[in-house]
Write a new protein. Structure first.
Length: 319
């Protein structure tokens, strides 16, 4: 997707500035979580989006609801505290909040695509003008549930947008050893679904691509598959040193950092300057530290609480 100045200026200045803020907040929050993990404060895996933050920030910004999960809740989740979304029942990124329209995901990531397709079908049956956005990595597109979801969504013309974070590695398996096609987007054509390749490190490019796909879905024109070319700058998780990735490749992608690209764009458009960037950096650091304080003060769940919400009660089933 090649952007010209006219296309860029369709994105309002406040929207771009807000996306930049969330870009910095995401990076700062995940860096802080990584530090807690290396201090032995977090038990289990830590998975970050370092180098890929522009994708989720951009497509989330296209959706109509503007509420989010706050840093304190995320950190409390990782620390297994009562203040987290799962109230201490999990210490990982499997976070969901249906009141906010966020469905907790499961591993492996392609498992979420049939769920998203089912939700989109529910929207269609209820006559609701709502859209589902779902995401997996390049490796996830080689799983059967990915193909089942894509096929069903295309046949029924469901209001769902499929994103692929093509970060070039399915854990430690490079793209060339997991599929025979050069571009993952080629897989969309098999299902009669429009597909598009976008620079996953370009905040504005992902936003405009997502905007078009969401509009198409809301208009009843069916699903879209968007392949975001990017690079995972950390390992699959923080316990993975990623020694299998050539250092030269990482250095190459370091020059394409999404935060640097966003700052360059904002300066070129005259929307922000270095002083603004420093102000945002200071702001998100304070917010994340406030989140750490909230999480540390949040109590651990009491014994009986660990069973609440795990199984449906008889009243909930019959209601």
């Amino acid at each position: 997707m090649n952007l010209d100045i006219a296309a860029l200026k369709t994105i309002k200045r406040p929207d771009l500035l807000q996306m930049y803020y969330y870009l910095r907040l995401t990076r700062t929050l995940e860096d802080r979580i990584t530090a807690l993990y290396r201090q032995g404060r977090i038990v289990g895996g830590v998975y970050t989006s370092n180098g890929m933050e522009a994708i989720s920030v951009a497509y989330a910004s296209v959706l109509e609801r503007d509420d989010i999960i706050a840093p304190g809740e995320v950190i409390a989740q990782y620390l297994g505290k009562r203040g987290g979304p799962t109230k201490g029942k999990d210490g990982n990124v499997h976070i969901g909040d249906l009141k906010r329209g966020i469905i907790g995901f499961v591993s492996h990531l392609a498992d979420n695509l049939p769920v998203a397709t089912g939700v989109a079908l529910a929207f269609r049956l209820r006559g609701e003008s709502r859209v589902v956005v779902t995401n997996t990595g390049d490796g996830g597109t080689s799983r059967g549930d990915f193909h089942e979801a894509m096929n069903f969504a295309a046949v029924r013309k469901l209001p769902v947008v499929f994103f692929c974070n093509n970060n070039q590695y399915a854990y430690s398996t490079p793209l060339s050893l997991q599929m025979a096609v050069r571009d993952v987007v080629d897989r969309a054509r098999a299902y009669g679904m429009p597909g598009e390749i976008v620079d996953g490190n370009d905040l504005a490019a992902v936003y405009l691509s997502a905007q078009g796909a969401v509009h198409r879905a809301r208009a009843g024109e069916g699903p879209t598959f968007i392949e975001c070319k990017t690079m995972r700058m950390h390992g699959h998780s923080e316990h993975d040193s990623a020694k299998y990735v050539p250092r030269k490749l990482l250095e190459e992608w370091k020059q394409k950092d999404p935060i640097t690209k966003a700052e360059r764009l904002l300066q070129e458009l005259g929307y922000a300057d270095e002083a603004h960037f420093r102000e945002v950096e200071d702001r998100v650091k304070k917010e994340v530290e406030a989140g750490v304080e909230f999480a540390e003060k949040s109590p651990l769940p009491e014994g009986p609480e660990t069973l609440e919400g795990v199984f449906a009660t008889e009243d909930e089933v019959t209601r």
